[in-house]
Design a protein around this ligand. Structure first.
Ligand code: ARE
Ligand code: CA
Length: 488
């Protein structure tokens, strides 16, 4: 019910434009995401948050709500509305990061980004309004100091304070109504769904109760009777914690944290690539329709949020390989992280900003990559061309699996697309079945098909679907990928 992302016309991947301004996202939908086939965008939390000045405006202040007014450093309600409208028109969906488990950190008073006051000492959030009765306290939470310490106690994880954040009482009908009101406001603006932050810290039944109070999506944009796409942040590494991702699949999809951690081992050469043969449910991960997959996210790329060692944009060679694998493989629904550059010794640093701490515009270079401190992984050729590959592959399953050695693999997606990758110490030189119709294809890793000409390598596929595949082990991007959308 809540697991359909509502992609337009065969699109199949989303990107997280972390900390982008609404006005920049609107333009990005029109000039890039729409034309290059992205399904949608996860945006930073659109609701009013606490202004944190020590450290000065860290990225994480946006995970401390003050109210559900739509005013943040990314823009105001008018700008949000304009962005959602323009993105939908470009065929690109918008999903809001929904912080509904808690309000600000305990203690302290001040103002939010929309001018609302808050008093976390007396649990007073007049901008909603929430008061003392709307939070979990001694009756619900039994930890020594009201915060979560023991992740092996499910009740503590759900009813106590996550890193000291004032924990909302989602068992209360009033609180559920306020959250659903916030969701319905966004639905009226044309949003397609929600990433539910800290879902692990809420009871699945409480999330279901909130969702049951939400409206259908706008029928003029999505057609009649459509429900919001919901993907819930539950960090489940398959260990001993009692809270499992599988407990949440009734409320929508779940973020699949094992995915990036396991692929990091493979693409760092700690586990053989050939074992990817039964990747997906065969590796004990959740059902394909129940997951959102990613190589890294805004937390684990900077050492927040646990969940193991992952590969990030700071290591471009394995990152491009791992991302290409995610996009080429049929398992699950993929999300591409789009980051900004930060001082790696300071994991609190917020987005690129001007002297007055307003967020900097995203700028662009002639090769389409970004400037002004924005990394824009979603604009890397090896990544956006693999989004097109995935769209073309559509519902076709994995076929023609080949592994030449521990770290050399190739596979096709029916008769639509084919990829080969090599992390071994010697080249791939093999005659492989690509599954594709005969013809000359453009390798979309090394180039683009522009006006019928390939700017990178070309690959000849014979009438029998076979091709000579060469992948050099010392190439900067040791992979090739071809599909029916890029045939000369
Ligand atoms: C900030 C300060 C804290 C301070 C707090 C309250 O950093 O020192 O106590 O404010 O004043 C983000 C940041 C936090 C930040 C918070 C609020 O990461 O540092 O706290 O914003 O500003 C657990 C949760 C998981 C959560 C991760 C971070 O289960 O839901 O921790 N991830 C989401 C977001 C984060 C965000 C929040 C939740 C809060 O993606 O960006 O926090 O809205 C094991 C467990 C995991 C656990 C992990 C880390 O792996 O299995 O469940 O993740 O440890 O504890
Ligand atoms: Ca909670």
């Amino acid at each position: 019910q809540y697991s359909d992302p509502h992609c337009a016309g065969g699109r199949s991947a989303i990107t997280h434009l972390f900390e982008w301004k609404w006005s920049d996202i609107a333009q990005e939908c029109e000039r890039f995401l729409g034309p290059y086939g992205y399904c949608g965008v996860q945006i930073s939390p659109p609701n009013e948050n606490r202004v944190v000045t020590n450290p000065n405006r860290p990225w994480w202040e946006r995970y401390q709500p003050v109210s559900y007014k739509l005013v943040t450093r990314s823009g105001n309600e008018g700008q949000l509305k304009d962005m959602i409208q323009r993105c939908n028109k470009a065929g690109v969906r918008i999903y809001a990061d929904a912080v509904i488990n808690h309000m600000t950190g305990a203690g302290g008073t001040g103002y939010g980004t929309g001018g609302s006051s808050y008093d976390a000492n007396s649990l007073n959030f007049p901008g909603v309004p929430y008061g003392g009765n709307d939070f979990n306290g001694g009756n619900e939470c039994h930890s020594s100091d009201g915060s979560i310490h023991n992740y092996n106690n499910a009740e503590e994880v759900r009813n106590c304070r996550l890193v000291g954040l004032t924990d909302l009482k989602l068992a209360s009908d009033y609180v559920r109504g306020k959250i659903a009101g916030y969701f319905n406001h966004l639905i009226d603006l044309g949003i397609a769904g929600f990433r539910v932050d800290a879902a692990k810290h809420m009871w699945p039944g409480d999330i279901a109760a909130v969702l049951s109070k939400t409206k259908n999506l706008r029928s003029d944009v999505f057609g009649g009777g459509k429900r919001a796409f919901v993907f819930q942040e539950v960090i489940d590494m398959g260990g001993s914690e009692p809270v499992k991702g599988g407990q949440y699949v009734g409320d929508g999809r779940v973020t699949n944290f094992i995915f990036g951690a396991k692929l990091a081992e493979i693409f760092r050469k700690k586990n053989a690539m050939k074992y990817l043969k039964n990747w997906g449910e065969g590796w004990g991960m959740m059902r394909s329709d129940d997951v959102v997959n990613f190589i890294d996210n805004h937390d684990n790329q900077r050492g927040h949020g646990g969940a193991g060692a992952v590969i990030t944009h700071w290591e471009p060679r394995p990152y491009k390989l791992a991302t290409a694998f995610m996009l080429a493989h049929p398992y699950g629904f993929p999300r591409i992280m789009s980051s900004y550059e930060y001082n790696r010794a300071d994991n609190t640093e917020g987005p690129p900003h001007n002297g007055d701490m307003s967020i900097k515009d995203v700028s662009f270079k002639s090769d389409m990559s970004c400037g002004n401190g924005w990394s824009c992984e979603h604009r890397w050729r090896q990544i956006y061309n693999m989004v097109a590959f995935r769209n073309k592959a559509g519902g076709d399953g994995l076929s023609n699996w080949w592994s030449g050695s521990d770290y050399q693999i190739a596979f096709s997606r029916g008769n639509k697309a084919f990829i080969a990758m090599n992390l071994d110490g010697f080249d791939i030189n093999a005659n492989l079945n690509t599954g594709l119709p005969g013809g000359t294809y453009c390798d979309v890793i090394s180039g683009n098909l522009e006006n019928g000409r390939c700017t990178g390598k070309t690959i000849q596929v014979g009438g029998d679907g076979k091709a000579h595949i060469n992948v050099g082990h010392s190439w900067e991007d040791p992979m090739i990928a071809i599909h029916i959308g890029a045939r000369q």
